[in-house]
Design a binder for this molecule. Sequence first.
Ligand SMILES: [Fe+2]
Length: 239
Amino acid sequence: MGYVDIHCHVLPGIDDGARDMDETLKMLKIASEQGISDMIVTPHYKQGRVGTPRQAIGEMIEQVGKYAALSGISIRLHPGTEIYYNSSLEEKLESGWLAKMNDSDYVLVEFSPLETFSYIRNAIEDLFGLGCHPILAHVERYQCMLSNVDNVRILHDMGCRIQVNASSIEGVFGFKIKHFIKKLLKERLVDYVGTDAHNCKTRAPEMTKCAEVLRKQCDAAYVDELLFGRAQKELLVMK
Ligand SMILES: [Fe+2]
């Protein structure tokens, strides 16, 4: 088994990710060459703005799979969504309209980068209350986390999973973010790594460089857990 990318926008033409099937296939080829064997596709959902129902995501995965096979690309795709939190998600989650992570109880959730910590904490509690297990997308993007690692610890202690983007680990977004992630890794507050890929150039599905950086900072068992182990255990194995 290769790396598992739990956060990417590779489905064609449904959000600000891959524009069309051609770009989707180019992204999948890159991902495969980077050692990724499984991707949970996470198109954006934002109430009143953008969103794709679970059923349509499944149909697209099937279609993309056929094209990928014809192009000789071997990669497994699984359904998911990156949910921009609002307080009225109940109906869409309970009816199954929104795709959870590979149809598990886990949901990938994001907020405005400037959102307050108390709002995020309450939202995480709300999601647990709805029977979901939240994964906070790209924790390094929120000011309230960057300015206080204790806030990440509080969410982690609540059972919220923490996801970091591979490019941030590499240092693409500068020293401050790289240093913040280093602190999180030291305290084992990171649970998942995702590429958050949107295209095949500036935001490509790359994992190799990030894996090299992680291997310098963490022990081998933790690196394996971050790059595939936890995903395999929590998201890819159906209970
Ligand atoms: Fe994303």
